[in-house]
Ligand binder design. Structure first.
Ligand code: UD1
Length: 338
């Protein structure tokens, strides 16, 4: 069973490639390496014993995408991770984000139809809910106006899928990720942000290892118990496993609708200060941080109602916060001592 993983050398992509191979799938990666490195394919091989085939090109290139699908028409499913994801950068460069994230999806969908590839799993985000009116937030919650072009590309992509499944024999599962953190237990793959990290956990581990001087905590005046925002952090390995379940569901014709949407979270929220405390505990280090002003666009709190994905997919996130931050720390240390 051959699966195309776009963005398969990236953070979530690489962990998903490992999970797929471990479940007996053959994986082909397409990645333009804009935010990752080709040697991830070797790291994956060290974990699974199999090196995934890696083709390096940009899926926003229609001809190259069409050519790829012609050469791999035996693909049974696509997991589409390849996208830009930096919220702040998307505000600076909106067209760059829209072109990359939307054109690549459209090229893939056209090529899928032309080659009768029927199944696509799409990386969506809890960002589509904005600040939900009710918590935990379920898949039925209304979509709020996107805070950033990045968030908007996720909303528009879901709409493109919605329209496309009506007029093609393509089926789609959109997985709305909450906050993926952590790394594979081998510490051979993990999150590798280019430049200064935007996200909390890589900033914490880089500060602890001495690359960054100090973590800025963006605001402690939110209406939450300790004043810092609350998120549903989920271990990337748990997240990766959900993709394998989703692909199986599609291939085995178990879908109940031609587009299904699932939340991928743990159902439990933690504040920024709680994440810092967990990190300090498992790493035995004291983190240098200070409270600064709020970051624009941050919501106060969001965590998932994961009951639908638990019941319908038969999948459940298993790893807790300590394990998540411990694995992120192990990865940071292993990577820096390479
Ligand atoms: C962000 C995006 C989300 C995207 C995800 C993946 C926003 C509003 N949301 O999620 O759409 O899918 O990244 O890239 O940007 N924090 C600090 N100091 C830091 C970094 C973060 O205090 O240096 C805090 C933030 O204020 C937030 C929490 O940590 O409360 C988590 O932040 P982050 O890891 O960036 O994720 P989100 O903002 O939730």
């Amino acid at each position: 069973m051959k699966i195309l993983v776009t963005g398969g050398t990236g953070y979530i992509g690489s962990h998903t490639v490992v999970a797929l191979q471990q479940q007996g799938f053959e994986v082909v990666i397409v990645d333009n390496l804009s935010n990752s490195q080709a040697d991830i394919a070797y790291q994956i091989e060290k974990i699974t014993g199999q090196q995934p085939l890696l083709e390096v090109f940009d899926l926003a290139d229609r001809e190259k995408t069409a050519d790829f699908f012609k050469r791999h028409s035996d693909i049974k499913g696509v997991i589409h991770f390849a996208a830009f994801k930096a919220v702040g950068e998307s505000v600076e460069k909106p067209v760059y984000y829209y072109r990359n994230n939307l054109v690549s999806l459209m090229n893939i969908l056209e090529s899928m139809q032309e080659n009768n590839v029927q199944n696509i799993v799409f990386s969506s985000s809890c960002t589509v809910y904005g600040q939900p009116d009710e918590l935990p937030v379920s898949e039925m919650a209304p979509i709020k106006k996107a805070e950033s072009p990045y968030g908007n590309t996720k909303q528009i992509s879901e709409e493109i899928l919605q329209d496309f499944i009506k007029v093609s024999n393509v089926h789609a599962i959109a997985l709305r990720y909450f906050n993926p953190i952590g790394a594979h237990e081998s510490a051979l793959i993990g999150e590798l942000p280019l430049g200064v990290p935007n996200n909390l956990v890589p900033f914490i581990t880089q500060t602890a290892i001495g690359i960054r001087e100090q973590l800025k905590v963006f605001g402690d005046d939110y209406p939450t118990p300790d004043g810092t925002p609350i998120r549903d952090y989920i271990h990337v390995v748990d997240l990766a496993k959900a993709h394998v379940v989703a692909v199986r569901r599609m291939i085995e014709n178990k879908m109940k609708q031609n587009l299904e949407v699932f939340n991928l979270g743990t159902g439990k929220g933690y504040s920024v200060l709680e994440v810092i405390k967990a990190f300090e505990k498992v790493s035995g280090t004291k983190l240098n941080y200070k409270i600064v002003a709020r970051r624009e666009g941050d919501v106060t709190q969001v965590w998932a109602d994961s009951s639908f994905s638990n019941d319908e997919l038969g999948w459940k996130a298993e790893k807790g916060l300590d394990e998540m931050v411990a694995s992120a720390w192990k990865w940071e240390q292993a990577y820096r001592s390479r």
